[in-house]
Design a protein around this ligand. Structure first.
Ligand code: SF4
Length: 261
């Protein structure tokens, strides 16, 4: 069964513990998920829930995104509701929109005109950084929140189920090139998938993940456990205390860490 799909370009604002007052932007199709991962916890659902749409994806047009955001910001400004963040998220991986870089440039212009103190935030699964245009664009926004859920290649494949030939070492190498201008977000969970046990909280997995975190040296790490229904029904929520045990190991590296459960 499909999960939650955003049926508009602009949604919110919502009051988020992570991003304050956050105005969401969904640049992806309204009726389909578009992602290079198929995470076992994805609240949008499995990629296979949307098979007919994959060959005919209707991305939101750049002009529509521009006008939707502009109208919403004018409305919010009139009501003195200035968002802390304009956050790219939505029905999959936002950087897969073919005009992602141009859209970000448009949004920067609107932001500068109407709400200059608002930050631009992109939630990404870290798989499109080989695209120079995407990478250069991300380097010039305020907040990159990049996904890294696993330490080992095996756990990466079990949890994130990359669609293409993407390996965790390649992702880590690309994240290192940010030179610390990013946050890492990581989902911790246990369960099983297709008969294989999944647990990225074991000592060995956490140590491998910490090695990646140390090499990437982000501004901070956001640790999560599941919060909503997942397409894989075996997934178990990791409690806050356990997230904090892992967060403390990040702090010992001299890197800020926050847990959300
Ligand atoms: S990266 Fe995000 S959108 Fe893509 S499958 Fe994973 S959770 Fe879903």
């Amino acid at each position: 069964m499909p999960g939650i799909l955003y049926d508009s370009i602009v949604y919110g604002p919502v009051n988020s513990r992570r991003f304050g007052i956050s105005l969401g932007i969904n640049v992806l199709p309204e009726n389909s998920k578009v992602c290079s991962f198929d995470c076992i916890y994805c609240e949008v659902g499995w990629n296979s829930d949307f098979p007919s749409n994959h060959s005919n994806q209707q991305f939101h047009a750049r002009e529509d995104i521009y006008h939707s955001l502009k109208e919403r910001l004018i409305d919010l400004k009139e009501r003195h509701m200035i968002p802390d963040n304009i956050t790219f998220s939505g029905n999959g991986e936002p950087t897969m929109h073919p005009e992602f870089s141009n859209i970000v440039e448009d949004i920067k212009k609107i932001r500068d005109q109407y709400v200059p103190d608002t930050h631009i935030t992109v939630l990404s699964n870290s798989t499109t950084l080989n695209n120079k245009s995407v990478f250069d664009t991300l380097l010039h926004i305020e907040n990159n929140i990049m996904k890294l859920d696993a330490g080992s290649e095996n756990m990466f494949r079990l949890i994130n189920q990359p669609v293409d030939n993407i390996h965790i070492e390649d992702i880590v190498e690309n994240l290192k090139i940010f030179n610390g201008k990013l946050f890492i977000q990581s989902m911790f969970l246990r369960g099983e998938h297709r008969g294989e046990p999944i647990d990225n909280t074991t000592k060995e997995e956490v140590q491998k993940w910490l090695d990646h975190i140390k090499a990437i040296n982000p501004k901070g790490v956001l640790l999560y456990s599941i919060d909503r229904a997942t397409p894989n029904h075996t997934i178990e929520k990791v409690q806050y205390e356990e997230l904090e045990r892992i967060a403390n190991q990040v702090r010992h590296l001299g890197i800020e860490a926050n847990s959300f459960s």
